[in-house]
Design a protein around this ligand. Structure first.
Ligand code: ZN
Ligand code: MN
Length: 140
């Protein structure tokens, strides 16, 4: 148990933010969550949303998908799974490929580290963007 966990409070804003994130499979950014939450709670501030997101992540209730230079995205599904990212429209989706449970021990053998986790992201062009590109080609 991390001692300061006990100091985390559950506020109506935090609760609403979590249920909002749980209601979507879109792996939204903080800005998207703020815009949506504002419709329910006009008085909520951007700072509150950002702060609650880091608290929820620290509590292990949500997952942060750090995306290089792009904005972080958030996921209420904390089970082990991978993502596929569209290089054209930027959407992030769950991908149902088997989690490589052997990868951590392989990395331990290779590095001498005690490995806790790994990440694996897939990049490509989503079916919608493939279709849009095909339509665009026809129009030319
Ligand atoms: Zn796309
Ligand atoms: Mn996910």
């Amino acid at each position: 148990m991390i001692p300061n966990k006990a100091t985390y409070r559950t506020t109506p804003q935090k609760k609403a933010l979590l249920s909002l994130l749980r209601s979507t499979k879109a792996h939204p950014t903080a800005a998207w969550l703020f815009d949506r939450l504002r419709l329910e709670m006009p008085d909520v501030s951007q700072g509150t949303v950002y702060r609650n997101l880091s608290v929820l992540a620290e509590e292990g209730v949500i997952r942060v998908l750090r995306n290089g230079s792009a904005q972080d995205r958030f996921d209420a599904d904390v089970s082990e799974h991978y993502h596929v990212i569209c290089e054209s429209c930027g959407k992030v989706e769950d991908i149902s490929v088997n989690v490589r449970t052997d990868a951590n021990s392989e990395a331990e053998r290779a590095s001498g580290y005690e490995i806790h986790s790994h990440r694996l992201d897939f990049y490509g062009v989503c079916p919608d963007c493939q279709r849009r590109a095909a339509v665009g080609d026809d129009a030319e």
